[in-house]
Design a protein around this ligand. Structure first.
Ligand code: ADP
Ligand code: MG
Ligand code: MG
Length: 879
C-alpha cells in the first residue's frame, strides 16, 4: 500500500487547503466548518489528478481503494447506499481546480440513479416525475462527459418528445414521458458505444472521477488557462458530493448569486434562480432564469437564510463572493462559494467600499486588485450623444462598448479576431466551448441565458462587453443571419453593443476616450504610497507624453528618436544625410534636421512639465530610412527600360548603391545604436544640440525645470560609451557655452546586450544611469529574433508549454533576469547610487514588475496605457 493520501472528507478540509482540494472543495469545506449548510462530501485531491496525468491516465497506487473507502464513509454518514434499492445515495462528481475556471471542466450530477434505485428515489420523494427527471439527466450528462456521446443526440430526442407532446418546457413533461425518454436515452448511449453501457454505480463513479481528471486537459480548459496564465500542470480536484435536489417540485429551486454587483461593484442584490430545476440549467444558460429578488415571494424562508449566508460568507472571506445554492423542499444548501470574478471597475469599487466598511485595510484592498485587469478601464465608451435608437435590448451582462462585424460561430471569431479584425460574436447562447472565440471578440451577444451564466461570468472576468438574453432576436447560425423584427443582419455587418445598458445598435457608433473614475483615483493613491518602484512611460510625442502624465507617469523612461526621422516630410533631409559622402555634407544635412528634432523635444518637455525625460539617441540601422533593396532595384530597372529622365535615374541609382552598401544580413546585430554613432558622430552631436536647445527654449517659455537624461543605446564595450559620452558632453557644453547658460543633465546607457550586463561595473564608470532594454536583452540572450519568432516556433512553444510565457511579454526571470540582476549589482558595486530602470515591454507586465522590484530597480517604464497597471503591480510587488 502506498502512504500517499488522496482523499479528504468534507469535515477534514478548510479554506487554506485549496492547493490540495481545489477552490471548490476548500470552499465547501470552509462553509461546512463555519456552520453554513452544505451537502456532505469528500474530495479527491489535485495530487491524485497530477499523478494520474503523469502516469498517462493510470491511477496511482491506492487511489481506487481510497475512493472506495471515502464512499463507504459517506454512505455511513448519510445512512444511504450508492445506487441502493432502499435509501439510495445520489452524488455529483464535480471538477474544481485551484484557480477557478468557470465551466471549463466537467461535472456529472445524479450519479447513483439506476434501474435498481430509480423506484426507491420515486418512493422516497413521493414524486415519480422527479425520479425519472433525475435519471434522464444522469444518462445525458454521463453519456456526454464520460462516454463522449454527442450531446445533441439527447437534446434532439428531448426536443422531439416535447414536440410530440405539444409542450414547450422540460418541466411540462410527465413522469411517463420521462420514463420513456430514459429508454430512448439508453438506446442512444448503447448505440453510440456499440454495446451495453455500464450500469453499476460504483464503476460509474470511478469512470466519472477519471473523466473529470481528463477534463483538465480538454481544449477549452487549455485555452482558458493560456488566456489567464494558469499553469498547465496543477490538475483538478474532484468533489464527490451528496445530491440535493432543486428539481423536486415547486418548493425546490436552484440559483447563483453574487454578494455585490460584479459589473459595477455596487452593493446590491445580484443573482438569478429557477424553481424546479437543477444547477446546470442556470449556469449553462439552458433556461433563462428569474431575478433573485423574486425568490423572496416564492421561497421566503430560504431567501432570508440565503441573504444572511451571503453576508456571512462575504464577511468571512472579506471579499465579494460568487455563490451557488439549491433549495430542496424549502431547505437551503450552499454548493459553492468563491471570490467573484468582476470587471476592473467593480474590483476598484468593491475594494474601496470594503475599506470604508472597515472589513479590510488599504493594503488588503490593493491585494484584491488584479493589475493586468486595469486596462479595461482604459477602453473607450459609447459617445452618449449618438442619438440613435437601439434595435434590441438584453441583459447588461458585462459593461463596455463593442463595435465589430457580426460573426456567428466561435471558430470564425477566433480566426478573424485572431487576425486583429474587430468582430462581435453572436450566439443563441455561449457555452464554455466558445471560449476561443470569446477571447478575441470585441463583444458577445446572446439570445438566451442570464447574467450569471458561465458566458457572462467569463466575459466580465475578461472585461468583454456582453449583452445576454436579448429579447426578440432570432439567430440562424446556419444561414448566418440575425433577425430583429424585419431587419436582417448578416455575417460581416457592423453592430455596436452597449454592455453597460444591455443595448444593441445596428451600426457603428462613435466612441469617446475612457475616463478614469473616482474609485481608481482613490485606490491608486494607496498603491503609490506603498510602492518603491517609480513608474515612467515610453513616449515620443506630445499626445503620448501628456496621456502618460495624466495616467500618473513620473517621467519618460524612453523617448525614441527614430520616429522623428521617419516622418514623411523629414525623409528627404534624412536621406540626404545618409547619402552624404563627406562629413561636411552630412553635417549640412543634419543641420536641416536639427530644428525639426528640437521642435519634437520641445513639445515633449512641455508636456512633461519638469518631470525627467530620458532621450535615447538614434538606434535603428540607417537602411531603415531607405527604400527596400528589392523595390529600389525594380525602380531602377523600370526607369532604365523607360529610358526617361536622366536625373531621376541617376538619383535612383545612387540610392540603390547606398541601399546595397548599407545592406546587412543581420541588421538587428549590425550597424545600429551607438555603433552607428561611432561611425557618424555627427548624428549624436546634432541630437545632443537639439536636446539642449529645446530644453533652454522650454525653460524660457514655461519657466519650469526640464529633466534631461541622454541615453546611449546598444553599448557592448566600455570604449563605446566612453567615446559617445565624450561626443555628447562636448556638444552639450558647446551649446551651453554659446548660449551662456547652464543646465543639469545626465548621460547614461542602455544595458541591452549580454556583454554590457557582464561588464556592468566597467560601464558604470562612464554612466550616470542604466536602463535595461529587456526587449533586445531577451532577443540576444535567448537568441530569438523578436521580429520573426512570433510567426514561428515561439508561438508553438507557448502552445505546447515548452515555455510557460512568451519571454517578450513576461521576462524570463531564470535567464534574462539573471543578467538584469547582475547588471544592477555590478553597476552599484561601483556607483552605489546608480539609477537603474527598465524600458522594454516588460516594464508594463505585472509578473515582470514583481521581479524588477525584487532586484531593486528604481523605476519601470512602459507604454502610457500600462502606467496604471504598473502603479498597482509595483505596489503589489511590495506587499
Ligand atoms: P462548474 O464548475 O462548471 O460550475 P459545478 O461543479 O459547480 O460545475 O456544478 C455545476 C452545477 O451543478 C452547480 O452549479 C450546482 O448547481 C449543481 N450541483 C453540483 N453538485 C450538486 C449537488 N451535490 N447537488 C445539487 N446540485 C449540484
Ligand atoms: Mg460551479
Ligand atoms: Mg534596444
Amino acid at each position: 500500500m502506498s502512504d500517499d493520501r488522496y482523499i479528504y472528507d468534507l469535515s477534514e478540509g478548510d479554506a487554506t487547503m485549496r492547493h490540495l482540494l481545489g477552490g471548490k472543495g476548500a470552499g465547501v469545506a470552509e462553509m461546512n466548518r463555519v456552520g453554513v449548510p452544505v451537502p456532505d462530501a469528500f474530495t479527491v485531491t489535485t495530487t491524485a489528478c497530477v499523478q494520474t496525468m503523469k502516469r498517462r491516465g493510470e491511477w496511482p497506487e491506492g487511489l481506487a481503494d481510497q475512493v472506495a473507502e471515502g464512499l463507504r464513509r459517506l454512505e455511513e454518514r448519510t445512512g444511504r447506499t450508492l445506487g441502493g434499492t432502499e435509501k439510495p445515495l445520489l452524488v455529483s462528481v464535480r471538477s474544481g481546480a485551484v484557480h477557478s475556471m468557470p465551466g471549463m471542466m466537467d461535472t456529472i450530477l445524479n450519479l447513483g440513479i439506476s434501474d435498481e434505485s430509480v423506484e426507491a428515489v420515486a418512493a422516497e420523494s413521493g414524486n415519480e416525475r422527479f425520479a425519472w427527471d433525475c435519471y434522464r439527466r444522469f444518462i445525458q450528462m454521463y453519456g456526454e462527459v464520460v462516454e463522449g456521446v454527442p450531446q445533441h443526440l439527447y437534446e434532439d430526442a428531448l426536443s422531439e418528445l416535447k414536440h410530440a407532446r405539444g409542450v414547450a418546457q422540460d418541466t411540462d413533461l410527465s413522469a411517463e414521458d420521462l420514463k420513456q425518454l430514459v429508454g430512448t436515452f439508453k438506446e442512444i448511449s448503447n448505440e453510440h458505444l456499440g454495446g451495453e453501457w455500464t450500469s453499476d454505480p460504483v464503476e460509474q463513479l470511478n469512470r466519472a472521477i477519471d473523466a473529470v481528471f481528463k477534463s483538465w486537459l480538454n481544449p477549452r480548459a487549455e485555452v482558458y488557462r493560456r488566456a489567464n496564465n494558469i499553469p498547465a500542470d496543477l490538475g483538478t480536484a474532484v468533489n464527490i458530493m451528496q445530491m440535493v435536489f432543486g428539481n423536486r417540485g415547486d418548493t425546490s429551486a436552484t440559483g447563483v448569486c453574487f454578494t455585490r454587483n460584479p459589473s459595477t461593484g455596487e452593493k446590491a442584490l445580484y443573482g438569478e434562480f429557477l424553481v424546479n430545476a437543477q444547477g446546470e440549467d442556470v449556469v449553462a444558460g439552458i433556461r433563462t432564469p428569474r431575478p433573485l429578488e423574486e425568490m423572496k415571494e416564492v421561497l421566503p424562508e430560504a431567501y432570508d437564510e440565503l441573504i444572511a449566508t451571503m453576508h456571512k460568507m462575504e464577511q468571512h472571506y472579506k471579499d465579494m463572493q460568487d455563490m451557488e445554492f439549491t433549495v430542496e423542499n424549502g431547505k437551503l444548501y450552499l454548493l459553492q462559494t468563491r471570490n467573484g470574478k468582476r470587471t476592473a471597475a467593480a474590483a476598484l469599487k468593491v475594494a474601496s467600499d470594503l475599506v470604508d466598511e472597515g472589513v479590510i485595510s488599504q493594503e488588503e484592498a490593493l491585494l484584491r486588485i488584479e493589475p493586468g485587469q486595469l486596462d479595461q478601464l482604459l477602453h473607450p465608451a459609447i459617445d452618449p450623444s449618438h442619438g440613435k435608437d437601439a434595435i434590441a435590448q438584453g441583459l447588461p451582462a458585462s459593461p463596455g462598448a463593442a463595435v465589430g462585424e457580426v460573426v456567428f460561430d466561435a471558430d470564425t471569431a477566433a480566426e478573424r479576431g485572431g487576425r486583429g479584425e474587430p468582430v462581435v460574436l453572436v450566439r443563441f447562447e455561449t457555452t464554455p466551448d466558445d471560449i476561443h472565440g470569446v477571447i478575441v471578440a470585441q463583444g458577445i451577444l446572446t439570445a438566451h441565458g442570464g447574467m450569471t451564466s458561465h458566458a457572462a461570468v467569463v466575459a466580465r472576468g475578461m472585461g468583454k462587453p456582453c449583452v445576454a438574453g436579448a429579447q426578440g432576436i432570432r439567430i440562424d447560425p446556419v444561414g448566418k443571419t440575425l433577425t430583429i423584427g424585419d431587419r436582417v443582419i448578416r455575417e460581416g455587418d457592423i453592430i455596436t453593443l452597449d454592455g453597460t445598458e444591455g443595448l444593441v445598435y445596428g451600426e457603428a457608433l462613435d466612441l469617446i476616450p475612457p475616463q478614469i473614475n473616482e474609485d481608481f483615483q482613490r485606490v491608486v493613491q494607496w498603491a503609490d504610497e506603498v510602492r518603491n518602484l517609480g513608474v515612467r512611460a515610453n513616449a515620443d510625442n506630445f499626445e503620448d507624453a501628456s496621456k502618460a502624465r495624466e495616467l500618473g507617469a513620473e517621467g519618460i523612461g524612453l523617448c525614441r528618436t527614430e520616429h522623428m526621422f521617419m516622418a514623411q516630410d523629414r525623409l528627404p533631409a534624412v536621406r540626404k544625410m545618409i547619402l552624404a559622402e563627406t562629413p561636411e555634407q552630412r553635417s549640412a544635412a543634419l543641420a536641416e534636421i536639427l530644428p525639426m528634432q528640437q521642435t519634437d523635444f520641445e513639445s515633449i518637455f512641455t508636456a512633461m512639465k519638469g518631470l525627467p525625460v530620458t532621450v535615447r539617441l538614434l538606434d535603428p540601422p540607417l537602411h531603415e530610412f531607405l527604400p527596400n533593396l528589392v523595390e529600389q532595384s525594380l525602380l531602377v530597372q523600370r526607369l532604365e527600360l523607360q529610358g526617361g529622365d536622366e536625373q531621376e535615374l541617376g538619383e535612383a541609382r545612387a540610392t540603390l548603391a547606398q541601399v546595397k552598401r548599407l545592406h546587412e544580413q543581420n541588421p538587428m546585430l549590425g550597424t545600429r545604436g551607438c555603433r552607428l554613432a561611432m561611425l557618424y558622430p555627427e548624428i549624436p552631436d546634432m541630437q545632443a544640440r537639439a536636446i539642449v536647445r529645446a530644453a533652454l527654449a522650454v525653460l524660457d517659455r514655461e519657466g519650469e525645470t526640464v529633466g534631461v537624461e541622454i541615453m546611449i543605446p546598444l553599448v557592448a564595450l566600455t570604449q563605446e560609451l566612453d567615446a559617445q559620452r565624450a561626443v555628447v558632453v562636448a556638444a552639450v557644453e558647446d551649446e551651453l557655452a554659446k548660449a551662456g547658460r547652464t543646465l543639469e543633465y545626465t548621460v547614461g546607457t542602455m544595458i541591452e546586450l549580454p556583454r554590457a550586463a557582464l561588464v556592468a561595473d566597467k560601464i558604470a564608470e562612464h554612466a550616470d544611469f542604466f536602463s535595461f532594454g529587456t526587449n533586445d536583452l531577451t532577443q540576444t540572450t535567448i537568441g530569438i529574433s523578436r521580429d520573426d519568432a512570433e510567426n514561428g516556433f515561439l508561438t508553438q512553444y507557448v502552445m505546447d508549454r515548452v515555455l510557460e510565457r512568451n519571454p517578450f511579454e513576461s521576462i524570463d526571470v531564470e535567464g534574462v533576469g539573471q543578467l538584469v540582476r547582475m547588471g544592477v549589482e555590478k553597476g552599484r558595486s561601483v556607483k552605489p547610487t546608480l539609477k537603474t530602470g527598465v524600458c522594454g515591454e516588460h516594464g508594463g507586465d505585472p509578473d515582470s514588475i514583481e521581479f524588477f522590484n525584487s532586484v531593486g530597480l528604481n523605476y519601470v517604464s512602459c507604454s502610457p496605457f500600462r502606467v496604471p497597471i504598473a502603479r498597482f503591480a509595483a505596489a503589489k510587488a511590495v506587499l
